[in-house]
Design a binder for this molecule. Sequence first.
Ligand SMILES: O=C(CO)[C@H](O)[C@H](O)COP(=O)(O)O
Length: 220
Amino acid sequence: MNPKKIAAEEAVKLVEDGMIIGLGTGSTAYWAIERIGQRVKEGLRIQSVATSKRSEEQARRLGIPIIPLEDIERIDLTIDGADEADGDRNLIKGGGGALLREKIIATHSKRLVIVADESKTVDTLGRFPLPVEIVSFGANLTLLRLTALEGHPHIRMEGDRPYVTDNGNWIADCRFEAIADAPRLERELNLIPGVVENGLFIGMASSVYVGHADGSVTVQ
Ligand SMILES: O=C(CO)[C@H](O)[C@H](O)COP(=O)(O)O
C-alpha cells in the first residue's frame, strides 16, 4: 500500500460532476490527478485548473479538461499535497517549487483538501525548510533580509544553476527549525521587497487526508 496514493484516492471521492477542480503539484497530488483522470474516462464531467506546468501536462495526457484561469470565477475544490501539516491544518508547501501558483489557486478555492502520508504531520511547523519564492533581481540583498529573520536561507539549485520556478523566479529555502508564530512570519516574509510569496499556508486547508502504511486514511 502506498500511503500517498490511498490518501489521494480517498480525497478524489469528493469530486463531483460540474465542479471546477484545482490540481495540486507533487508526488501525492500526482495520484489524485491519476484517479481524476480515470474517473473522467468513466464519464465524470469536470473542468480543472493546474498549479504547475507539470500537473497541467499530466492532466492533458489523461484527458482532464483544463481551462485558463482567466476564464473562471470560482474553484470548487483543490486537492494538493504538503511538506508539513500541523494539528491546526496549517501547512508548509513549496517543496516542489509550485508554492505561488498553489497559493493563488488555494486562496480562490471553496475547499482546499490536503493529501499526504503520515511523515508530513508535525506538532510545530519549521523542520522542513520553508520555501520562499524571490525575484532574481537583488537576490543577495533579499537573502540578507531573510537572514535577519533567522531564516538561514539557501538558494535552491538545479545542478550548478538556481532552480527557476514556473513564474521565472528563484526559491530561497529557509531553515527556521520551529516556527512559533506562523501567521506573523508569513506577514513579515511577504513585506520584504523581492519576496514574491512564501510557503506558509495558514488557515487555508479545509481538511488533511493522511494515508497510513496499514492502508487506512485519517482525516484531520
Ligand atoms: O507544495 C508542493 C509543491 O510545491 C507539494 O505539494 C509538496 O512539496 C508535497 O509534495 P509531495 O507530495 O511530493 O511530498
